[in-house]
Design a protein around this ligand. Structure first.
Ligand code: F1P
Length: 341
C-alpha cells in the first residue's frame, strides 16, 4: 500500500502509468479541493471517496458524473486535484473529461482497474485498484476495491495533513478487519436470496440513505436496475419529504440504508414516515430494525469505512433478484462493458 501510494511515477512504469500518486508531501499539502469524476458505478464509488476524503483528510471534495462535467466548459482551478475513476479505463466520457482537464492545465490522477488502459495512460499518476477482471458487464468487486482505494488515498492525504496518529491507526485497523467481515456478509447469502425472491415482484423500488448511506443507496438502485430491470429510484433520506414521499404505498418497497452512526435517529424517523404510508421496508444496517419489515445486518467497522460493507449485501440483493426473475446477469440487455462512444 505504501509503495503504491508513495511512489512517484518511475520511467520503468511510464508505458502503463499509474505507478503512484506522483504527488509529494508539499504538493499534497497544497491541494485545496478534490474533484472526482466517473460514470455509473465508478461515479458512485467516487461519491463515497469524496466523503471519505472530507471526513478523514478534511479536504473539501465532491464527485460529479464525468458525462456532465465534460460538456459544461468547467472552470479549472490550479489548487484542485482532479481524480478520474473507471473500472475499464476506457469509458469515453471519463477519457474526454480527462483530456479537457489536461488541455486546461489541470493535474489529474486516475483510480483505475485495467492496467495500461487509455485513462491510466492519460492521467498524471494514481492508483490501480487491483480488483482483477470484471467478467460480467456490471461492476461489483471493482466498486468495493475502488472505495477501498479511496479510503487509502484519504488516509494518505490525512496523514500528510492533520489526521492524528490514533485516528490513522484506527482506520488502518478497520481496513484490516474488512476481509473477515466481508466473509461474514457472504455467509448470509442464502437469507439475502430469500429476501430478494420476496421483493422481486415489485414493479418499482425506492432506495434511501443519508450522507454515507446515500451513495450506497444510489449504487444499490443502479445495480438492481442494471441486472433485474426493476425500476429503482435512490434519494437522500432527507429529500423524501420534499417530494418522493408521494410515491410511497404498499406496492413500492423501500430499501433503507441505516448504519449505526450519528444519523441513526434521523434515519429511524424516515422509516416511520414510510411506515405511516404503509410502505414495506428492508433495512440494511448494523442491527435488526423493529420498524422495518426485514433487516440485513452487516458487521460494524469504523464509521468512515461503513459504506464499504453496506454495499455488499445490496449487490447480492440485486444479483438474487435478477436470478429469481431469470435475467441474464452477466450480459444485461442494452448495456456495454465499457461505453467507448
Ligand atoms: C462505467 C459504467 C459502469 C456500468 C456499465 C457502463 O464503467 O457506467 O459502471 O456498469 O457497464 O459503464 P467504467 O468507467 O467504470 O469502466
Amino acid at each position: 500500500v505504501d509503495r503504491v501510494l508513495r511512489g512517484r511515477i518511475d520511467d520503468r512504469f511510464s508505458t502503463v502509468h499509474l505507478g503512484g500518486l506522483n504527488l509529494d508531501a508539499r504538493e499534497a499539502r497544497g491541494v485545496r479541493r478534490i474533484k472526482i469524476l466517473g460514470c455509473g458505478t465508478s461515479y458512485h464509488a467516487g461519491m463515497i471517496g469524496a466523503q471519505m476524503i472530507e471526513e478523514i483528510a478534511r479536504i473539501p471534495a465532491d464527485a460529479e458524473p464525468a458525462s456532465e462535467f465534460r460538456y459544461r466548459d468547467p472552470v479549472v482551478d490550479p489548487d484542485t486535484l482532479y481524480v478520474a475513476v473507471s473500472q475499464s479505463g476506457e469509458t469515453y466520457d471519463v477519457l474526454a473529461a480527462v483530456q479537457e482537464l489536461k488541455r486546461k492545465g489541470a493535474r489529474v490522477l486516475g483510480v483505475v482497474n485495467v492496467v495500461g488502459s487509455a485513462i491510466a495512460r492519460e492521467t498524471d499518476g494514481g492508483l490501480y485498484v487491483h480488483a482483477g477482471p470484471e467478467v460480467c458487464v456490471v461492476s461489483t468487486k471493482c466498486f468495493t476495491n475502488t472505495v477501498v482505494a479511496f479510503a487509502l488515498l484519504a488516509l494518505h492525504l490525512g496523514r500528510i495533513r492533520d489526521l492524528s496518529v490514533a485516528d490513522g491507526k484506527r482506520i488502518i485497523e478497520g481496513l484490516r478487519r474488512l476481509p473477515s467481515q466481508i466473509d461474514e456478509i457472504l455467509r448470509d447469502e442464502e437469507r439475502i436470496a430469500e429476501l430478494a425472491a420476496s421483493y422481486a415482484q415489485a414493479k418499482s423500488m425506492m432506495f434511501i440513505g443519508r450522507v454515507r448511506g446515500y451513495p450506497v443507496a444510489r449504487e444499490a438502485s443502479l445495480k438492481l436496475k442494471e441486472v433485474s430491470y426493476i425500476h429503482a429510484e435512490a434519494y437522500p433520506a432527507s429529500e423524501l419529504k420534499h417530494g418522493p414521499l408521494a410515491l410511497i404505498e404498499p406496492a413500492m418497497p423501500t430499501v433503507a440504508i441505516v448504519p449505526d452512526d450519528d444519523l441513526l435517529e434521523k434515519n429511524r424517523a424516515a422509516m416511520e414516515e414510510i411506515k405511516a404510508r404503509a410502505g414495506r421496508i428492508l433495512a440494511v444496517g448494523h442491527r435488526e430494525h423493529p420498524k422495518a419489515d426485514h433487516s440485513i445486518v452487516v458487521p460494524k467497522n469504523e464509521t468512515e469505512l461503513d459504506p464499504i460493507l453496506l454495499g455488499i449485501p445490496l449487490q447480492l440483493l440485486a444479483y438474487h433478484t435478477a436470478l429469481s426473475l431469470g435475467r441474464d446477469i452477466d450480459k444485461p440487455r442494452n448495456l456495454a462493458k465499457s461505453v467507448t462512444v
